[in-house]
Design a protein around this ligand. Structure first.
Ligand SMILES: [Fe+2]
Length: 303
């Protein structure tokens, strides 16, 4: 087995700076994934991401359009990110050896809705068009690499309660706010190859009107792990005044005997100090032999 350690950034909304780059040098994950909503269309964070030496893949979210219906802001963000952006596309990260396939960029969830900015840039695509693009990107991936789907909003089918990973918590009736095109693509991809991991954000961890916290992780009957990484704000501090930086952390067991086959070994929300110390951890999944805690359980809301 080869273990890949993936650091996942959920919905920064501006909370990304040089301290994160310094921290990543200390933590040394094998790759970095960002699920979008970097900011409201400002190029600062895309520019910083381009300077990272770490293998990185990113997809843009609805906020990254900057509420600019002409699509110019979205185009600029994609241009600044360059090859890092994998919306509707494939980004093979070697090292560590993982195929990242992007879902539909710019989504705000809700099944299938194309914003004016998205229509301006990509045209009047249908749900089926979008699913076909995601599926084609996955089929183009090297079968010897494990597949990770990177999305801004997760797929439909993960539950209709407000606390589910893509559950609508801001209006009644509560409903499944996941994306239908991504769900369709996952079904199509699975006909040919397994999907061990889907990571996304958009639906923040803290539910509206004090309804509690969102469930971050689901494992379905086929063994696919779905992770909502959107802990917002991801920069904060604890009661002792220590600065905290949030990452979701995934360990992927990659089979040496069966290239392309992988199992998600562990998933957690982690809050690090600026010196790299793991200060708080919320374990979401742990299939490792040793399940001894390595940090304090996370406080109610550390930020
Ligand atoms: Fe979003």
């Amino acid at each position: 087995m080869v273990i890949q350690r993936l650091a996942v950034v959920g919905d920064p909304h501006g909370a990304w700076d040089d301290s994160d780059a310094v921290l990543l040098k200390l933590l040394r994950p094998d790759a970095l994934l960002l699920v979008g909503d970097l900011s409201d269309g400002h190029p600062r964070i895309p520019s910083l991401l381009r300077r990272l030496s770490l293998p990185t893949a990113c997809i843009l979210g609805n906020h990254d359009t900057g509420r600019d219906p002409t699509g110019q802001t979205l185009r600029r963000q994609m241009e600044v990110l360059g090859e890092l952006h994998c919306g509707w596309g494939l980004r093979e990260l070697r090292p560590p050896g993982v195929a990242v396939v992007g879902a539909r960029p710019g989504t705000a969830g809700g099944g299938f809705i194309l914003s004016p900015a998205m229509r301006a840039v990509f045209g009047p695509l249908t749900l089926e068009d979008s699913a076909a693009r995601i599926t084609a990107a996955a089929f183009a991936a090297d079968p010897a690499l494990p597949l990770v789907l990177l999305a801004h909003c997760g797929p439909s089918g993960l539950g209709s309660d407000p606390g589910d990973p893509c559950g609508c918590d801001w209006k009644r009736p509560f409903c499944d706010w996941g994306d239908l095109d991504l769900a369709l693509a996952i079904r199509q991809i699975r006909a040919r190859r397994p999907v061990p991991l889907v990571v996304f954000g958009h639906m923040h961890h803290a539910l509206r009107r004090g309804q509690g916290e969102r469930r971050s992780l689901v494992v379905d009957r086929q063994g696919t792990v779905y992770l909502n990484a959107a802990f917002v704000p991801r920069h904060g501090h604890d009661a002792a005044g220590r600065d905290l930086r949030h990452f979701s952390w995934v360990e992927l067991d990659c089979s040496a005997e069966q290239p392309g086959v992988a199992l998600v070994r562990s998933v957690s929300h982690r809050w690090y100090g600026l010196d790299g110390a793991l200060l708080y951890e919320e374990r979401l999944l742990d299939r490792s032999l040793s399940a001894a805690p390595v940090a304090a359980p996370h406080p109610v809301v550390p930020c």
